[in-house]
Design a protein around this ligand. Sequence first.
Ligand code: HMG
Ligand code: MG
Length: 285
Amino acid sequence: MAEFVEIFEVGPRDGLQTEARAIPVAEKVALVDCLSRAGFARIEVASFVSPKWVPQMAGSAQVLAGIRRAPRVRYTALTPNMRGFQDALAAGADEVAVFGSASEGFSRANINAGITESLHRFAPVVAAARAEGLAVRGYVSCVTDCPYDGPVAPDAVAYVAGALRDMGCGEISLGDTLGRATPERIDAMLDAVLEEVPPDRLAGHYHDTAGRALDNIEVSLARGLRIFDAAVGGLGGCPYAPGARGNVASEAVHARLEALGYATGLDAAVLAEAAEMARAMRVES
Ligand code: HMG
Ligand code: MG
C-alpha cells in the first residue's frame, strides 16, 4: 500500500489573506465546503489577528460558523495572542497555531514583537489550547530568507523550532515565506532542525515565488517529512513579505506526490473544482 503524505490545506487562510478585494464570507464558506469534500484531514480556515493588520481575515468567526463541518476534517486557525485564542475557541476552531519567525526583522514586521518576546507571548496561548485539549501547531517563518534581514542561518530556525516544541507545539511548520528557497538550502536548514525536532513532527510550508517549491518538497520527503502545506489554486502570499507569491498549489503537490507513489487521500476531481473556484475568487479582484 502506498505511504500516506498529508497535504495540509491553507488556502482559505494563507491563500486569501492578501487578496485586495474584500471577499464575502459566503464565498469563503463555499470554498471551504468544497475543500471539505476533497478529502483533506485539516483545513486552515481562519485567522484571529488584528483586523487593522490583516483586514481580509476579519470575518473569520463567521466563516467558522457558516461552514458545513465534515466529521473527519479538523478546521484550524491562527492565534497570535490570548485574545486571538479566546476568539478561536469561541468560534469552534478544532486546532490552533501560533506563528513565529527565525528572523528578527520579519517577526517585528509581522507581529510587532522580536523573537524572544514573541515566544513569551505564545507560551500562554499554547498552554491554554492544550488545557482545552486542542492540538497546537507552531509556524516558523523565514526558514531560509527574510525580506528584511536577508539569508537566515539554519541554527536560527532550529532554535525557534526547538523553543516551539518545548512550549508544547505538537507540530512545527517550516515556512519559506518568500518562496525563493532552493532544495540545497532547504536541505541545509533541515540538517539543523532535525537535530532538534524529529521529521514526524515537522511540516514543510513552501511558497512558490521561484517555482522550486515542488523540488523543496521532494528534498524534504527524502529527509522524512510527511506533511506539506499548500493552497488550492496556488493562492496567496503574506502581507508582511513584499513580493512573495502564493503557497505551492495543492493540486500540483497532489499530482507530484501521486507520481512519486504516495497516497494523499484526496479526490483529484473535487480538488480541481476547488482550484477553479479559488482562481475565480482571485480573478474577480
Ligand atoms: P500589536 O499592535 O502589537 O497588538 O499587534 P496590541 O496588543 O497593541 O493591539 C493593537 C490592536 O489590535 C488593539 O486594537 C487590539 O485590541 C487589537 P485597538 O485598541 O488599536 O483598536 N488586537 C486584536 N484584534 C483582534 N484579534 C486579535 C487582536 N490582538 C490585538 N487577536 C498583533 C500584535 C499580533 C495583534 C498584530 O501584529 C497582528 O495581528 N499581526 C498579524 C499578522 C498576520 O496575520 N500575518 C499573516 C499571517 S503569518 C503568515 O502568513 C506566515 C505563515 O503563512 C508561514 C509562512 O509563510 O512563513 C504562517
Ligand atoms: Mg505562508
